[in-house]
Write a protein that binds this ligand. Structure first.
Ligand SMILES: Nc1ncnc2c1ncn2[C@@H]1O[C@H](COP(=O)(O)OP(=O)(O)OP(=O)(O)O)[C@@H](O)[C@H]1O
Length: 573
């Protein structure tokens, strides 16, 4: 029931348009209902009495009715499509907005394709239900109920005969509808699996090719397709059984009516016209029943989709602001970790009692073996995750007590892998500060050593870069990411130095750009370069989530611990 209430909340703003559409539908269906009655009239009152005047009148009436029906059908289609599109846009928007608020953990737990499927497949299923099925439902319900009333009015004994088969039909529809609902959900999940698979393998096409795993991937794809096929066939099976059953039941009913009705006419209890009208109503009756059973199945499918959509909408944004969270005004850049512990999965600590301080403008290098928790430490600063224990303070304010947006406005991040959006280079740099002027963008590009290579491109700043910036080299992408960060002008900087080596020229340009970017900002660098650790005010050495050493380069080398070992293996080459 709750699901209907929630859907109705989306429908409410468009109720006037929907009601108007439904009124149009009712009138359009009423015309259909009236036509068999006219046929009966022609037989009894025109053909029997050879009354030409009435025949003319009936002909004109039929044409007028059909024209009116056309107008109503236009209204029904237009208004319903209008409102359902609007409703779908609202749902899609809410879903997208909600997804944006969900924590990183949500995205890490699910393949990208599955998440996309919520917004594409599930919303599309809802859309079909809203556009086609609501109209069909009203149209065929009116036809069904109207036909039954008219049948009773024409001859109730004949009607009773027909009604014997009806409960059987309704029962069949009901049982199959329940089955459809369960199977539809499975199908929807299988469809999402295929999207997820495609997404993953298309993104990883380079890896697949380099390992020559095309046939292996094809096998995996075949498997996903097979599962989808099986889910699809289970639904078809139910539908394939229900249709002939309904046909058989209706045909038995019609034959009985012709037989019994024929006797009624012969005995003079019924006119020929009335029997013909009756038969036309009865023959038309399976259509609404069949369509309603399809509508029912479609609505079940839509409900399954709606359920999945609402399940996502119900996931609490984990990184949400605490009640009474304050805006963080521009900071000096003092950052402290106070006994911070963290676990991604309960019971599996990734960081334990991490404490350190960074003064404004300092460079903090985070080093340690792979998996030590370096990325996790820096990800806690913009609150991509919340510490399980302890606190992080910026300018002595616990970051838990400030709004996420104002916190993240003060932090610039240059990741190891630069993610660019399809669009122009200009738009990609502007992403750092949407209010920046053209001069600012160019100045930032200059600081980032990006201006020259941009100007050498076919359309300069207006050059469109392919999806994820695939047309640019690694070093160029990094410099665009740096330009973005320069434009944002944050007080605190998080930098993940690329491990992959660039060519010497790019290396120098990137390094120079980074140095300019870090100047005067509190910078946390997951360090892979010798120059960074040598210059760092503080080096934090992590091992298995704990700080095992900290200090500057010279002190740590002298102490001869893990750092000096790492230094020999990783940095001093
Ligand atoms: N999203 C996640 N969910 C669960 N566990 C995670 C997640 N991210 C990282 N971990 C685990 O947490 C630990 C620390 O990971 P982290 O990425 O912080 O290490 P790192 O020092 O940055 O490693 P690397 O140098 O290899 O990038 C690892 O054991 C890793 O497996």
């Amino acid at each position: 029931m709750r699901i209907y209430v929630r859907i109705s909340r989306y429908i409410k703003p468009y109720s006037l348009a929907i009601i108007s559409a439904l009124v149009c539908t009712i009138f359009a269906s009423a015309v259909n209902l009236y036509l068999p009655k006219i046929i009966g009239n022609v037989i009894d009152n025109v053909l029997a009495t050879k009354d030409v005047a009435t025949l003319n009148l009936i002909a004109v009436t039929v044409i007028v009715l059909i024209v009116l029906q056309g107008i109503f059908m236009y209204g029904q289609t237009y208004l319903m499509a209008y409102s359902s599109q609007k409703i779908i846009i609202d749902i899609r928007r809410d879903l997208y907005q909600h997804l944006q608020k969900l924590s990183m953990l949500f995205f890490e737990k699910r393949p990208i394709g599955t998440i996309m499927s919520y917004i594409t497949n599930d919303v599309a299923a809802l859309q079909t239900a809203l556009v086609n099925n609501v109209i069909d439902f009203v149209n065929h319900s009116v036809t069904l109920v109207g036909s039954i009333i008219l049948l009773l009015y024409i001859d109730w004994k004949l009607s009773l005969l027909m009604f014997v088969s009806f409960p059987l039909i309704l029962y069949t529809v009901n049982v199959s509808g329940q089955k459809m609902r369960i199977k539809s959900r499975t199908l929807q999940e299988r469809a999402a699996d295929i999207t997820a698979f495609l997404q993953e393998t298309i993104l990883a096409v380079r890896v697949i090719k380099s390992f020559s795993r095309e046939s292996y991937e094809l096998e995996r794809f075949d498997y996903e397709n097979k599962r989808n096929f099986q889910a699809q066939m289970k639904i078809i099976q139910v539908m394939a059984i229900i249709t002939p059953i309904i046909n058989i039941l209706s045909t038995i009913g019609i034959t009985a009516i012709i037989w019994f009705g024929g006797h009624e006419v012969i005995n003079g209890n019924l006119t020929s016209g009335a029997l013909i009208s009756f038969l036309v109503y009865v023959i038309n009756l399976p259509t609404p029943v069949k369509r309603l059973s399809n509508v029912y199945a479609d609505i079940q499918r839509a409900l399954a989709a709606a359920q999945r959509i609402f399940e996502v909408l119900d996931i609490e944004p984990e990184g949400k602001n605490l009640r009474g969270a304050k805006e963080l005004s521009p900071v000096d850049g003092y950052v402290s970790f106070n006994n911070v512990s963290f676990e991604y999965k309960p019971g599996k600590p990734v960081l334990t009692n991490v404490s350190f301080e960074a003064k404004p403008g300092e460079l903090i290098a985070v080093v340690g073996p792979s998996g030590a928790g370096k990325t996790t430490v820096v990800n806690l600063i913009p609150r991509f995750y919340n510490p399980t224990d302890g606190s992080i303070r910026i300018d002595n304010i616990d970051i838990d007590t400030i709004t996420l947006q104002s916190l993240r406005e003060q932090i610039g991040i240059v990741p190891q892998e630069t993610i660019l959006f399809s669009g122009t280079i200009y738009q990609n740099i502007l992403y750092g500060n949407l209010d920046a002027s053209q001069e600012d963008v160019i100045a930032a590009a200059k600081v980032a050593n990006a201006h020259n290579f941009i100007m050498e491109m076919s359309n300069g700043y207006e050059t469109t870069i392919g999806e994820r910036g695939s047309q640019l080299s690694g070093g160029q992408r990094q410099r665009i990411a740096i330009a973005r960060a320069v434009l944002k002008n944050p007080r605190i900087l998080i930098l993940d130095e690329a491990t992959s080596a660039l060519d010497t020229e790019n290396e120098v340009l990137v390094q120079q750009a980074l140095d300019r970017l870090m100047l005067g900002r509190t910078s946390f660098v997951i360090a892979h370069r010798l120059s960074t650790i040598q210059r760092a005010n503080l080096i934090i050495v992590l091992e298995k989530g704990k700080i095992v050493e900290s200090g500057d380069h010279d002190t740590l080398i002298k102490s001869g611990g893990l750092y000096s070992k790492l230094y020999r293996i990783e940095f001093k080459q």
